[in-house]
Design a protein around this ligand. Structure first.
Ligand code: NAG
Ligand code: NAG
Ligand code: NAG
Ligand code: NAG
Ligand code: NAG
Length: 468
């Protein structure tokens, strides 16, 4: 017998043992695995009749070794056996594109999306990935959907080496509380943040002015997050418009794309009313000390609702010096090692590029100055947490007030809760709808929002592509 034959023999006997074990122990389990095996045989490509939209760029993520191609989409739930059929084009003379089947998972692991109360949602954020060879230089990806196709450009991602914190912002959506942004940017800066990546959909003129001010200082990068395209006409009539209820999906998507764009060692995703602070010192020093050279890939900060007296909405920031806390540990937020985070969820990391990495509870707090924090039925507690890491609160407060004066040239806009209330009313209406409807804002609220304010909207070509 040759070696090959001998191994074959061993293999066949092994398969037999497994077979008998399965048949004996788990009749039904065995039948199911046969079912699974058969379904693998009948895997089918996603074709042009499937509702899907693609983020315009694919990524080659060299934080993994070997690197991985990653594609981001919004689509209807996939069956286990569905894959994207793609042609990978390489920068190599005379090389034909390589055809691959690429499988995907929902970004939040559940389909349909289970975030808050989303049972009526048809669409879900997905990520598709496949391992590449180390020395291949990918130039373009063509997704083949039957007779149609979509072309994605390719960006390369590497481990992050610049020391600092980058803060990612979800698509800013009908945003009116510009005072939050001033406190947010100044507090995060004092804790070591060097760059803010702000995905922008819509905001009041006042909010836009604040964003422009910090953009011109070179601190924030405003990236347009415009509406989504309609599905191809021959299938559009069968499905709801993607853009209608897309807010939560955009949130998951923007967060995970933003992570790839971070160039600093540490990153975080936080809303305009959230600042993470350690009990002592600066966040950057604390996070670097806790994570560098350890298995900790993320530090989780427990939620502390914060209220200020007076409120900051009159652009008087004096209350920031003596915040009051109402504690409800969940929902938490986190900072992460930007070289190792793989998929991010909203409140905890989902996975790391190195599966031995873990999350760790931080010695600190998420200071959450939510608009409705006052109305939370929780006891107010004394806590040592402060927004700024030094003892110069009065200097920071004066700086924030001066900054507001500068941005508005001494004429402070009067605060109105109308835009905020209108958005809440619109969402409440969606929640009370009789039909199962996706409880997420989006195009659905546009008409109502346009009645109360002259919004600044993102102007750019759609970031998501459909088949043509
Ligand atoms: C497209 O895919 C669906 C579901 O996978 C399948 O039922 C249908 O026959 C396919 N259409 C074409 C034209 O291949
Ligand atoms: C392809 O061939 C040309 C001419 O021989 C050469 O100049 C070029 O560098 C090659 N490109 C790659 C990607 O190998
Ligand atoms: C992040 O992870 C990389 C890879 O494990 C490690 O080399 C680096 O020291 C970590 N950086 C921080 C700030 O935790
Ligand atoms: C801010 O409000 C406090 C309390 O109402 C008041 O004493 C203070 O003068 C105000 N500061 C400014 C700059 O308006
Ligand atoms: C607030 O919480 C307390 C204790 O849980 C409860 O007795 C009270 O009814 C609550 N009040 C409101 C307005 O929900």
């Amino acid at each position: 017998m040759t070696d090959v034959q001998r191994y074959k023999g061993v293999l066949i006997s092994l398969i037999f043992v497994v077979f008998i074990f399965y048949a004996y122990e788990l009749d039904f389990g065995y039948l199911e695995s046969v079912g699974e095996l058969l379904s693998i045989v009948t895997d089918e490509p996603v074709n042009g009749s499937f509702p899907i939209t693609f983020y315009q760029s694919a990524y080659v993520d060299h934080r993994f070794d070997p690197p991985r191609l990653r594609i981001f989409t919004i689509n209807k739930c996939l069956k286990n056996n569905q894959f994207l059929l793609a042609d990978l084009h390489f920068n190599k003379n005379n090389s034909a594109p390589v055809r691959k089947n690429i499988y995907g998972i929902p970004l939040n692991r559940k389909c349909p999306i289970n975030y808050i109360e989303q049972e009526g949602c048809v669409y879900n954020p997905y990520t598709f990935s496949i391992v590449l060879n180390r020395n291949e230089d990918l130039s373009k990806v063509t997704i083949l959907l039957g007779s149609r196709k979509v072309e994605l450009s390719v960006q390369k991602i590497y481990k992050k080496s610049t020391e600092g914190i980058t803060v990612c912002l979800q698509p800013v959506y009908y945003y009116s509380q510009w005072q939050n942004i001033v406190l947010y940017i100044e507090a995060w800066r004092a804790h070591g943040a060097t760059r803010f990546i702000v995905y922008f959909h819509s905001a009041t003129k006042e909010t836009w002015k604040v964003l422009e001010y910090y953009r011109d200082l070179g601190l924030i990068e405003i990236k347009s997050w415009p509406g989504y395209p309609s599905l191809p006409v021959d299938i559009a009539y069968k499905y709801p418009r993607i853009d209608d209820s897309v807010f939560i999906l955009s949130y998951f998507m923007a967060m995970n794309i933003c992570i790839l764009d971070i160039k600093t060692t540490i990153g975080t995703v936080a809303d305009f009313d959230e600042v993470m602070v350690p009990t002592n010192g600066r966040l950057l020093d604390y996070a670097a000390k806790e994570m560098t050279g350890t298995k900790a890939g993320a530090l989780i900060f427990e939620n502390h609702y914060v209220s200020f007296t007076p409120k900051i909405y009159s652009a008087n920031f004096s209350g920031v010096g003596s915040p009051k806390f109402k504690i409800l540990a969940w929902p938490s937020k986190y900072v992460f090692n930007a070289s190792t985070i793989d998929i991010a969820q909203v409140h905890v990391p989902d996975s790391f590029t190195d599966s031995s990495m873990i999350s760790k509870k931080a010695d600190g707090a998420l200071l959450h100055f939510r608009y409705d924090a006052e109305s939370k039925n929780l006891t107010t507690t004394e806590k040592p947490f402060r927004f700024f890491p030094d003892d110069e609160h009065s200097t920071h407060i004066k700086n924030m007030e001066d900054t507001a004066q500068k941005i508005f040239k001494g004429v402070m806009p009067k605060f109105s809760s109308k835009p905020y209330d209108t958005l809440q009313e619109c969402v409440n209406k969606i929640m009370k709808a009789e039909d199962k409807i996706c409880v997420s804002t989006g195009g659905l609220c546009k008409a109502e929002m346009d009645k109360v304010e002259d919004w600044v909207y993102a102007k750019s070509e759609p970031l998501f592509l459909i088949v043509t």
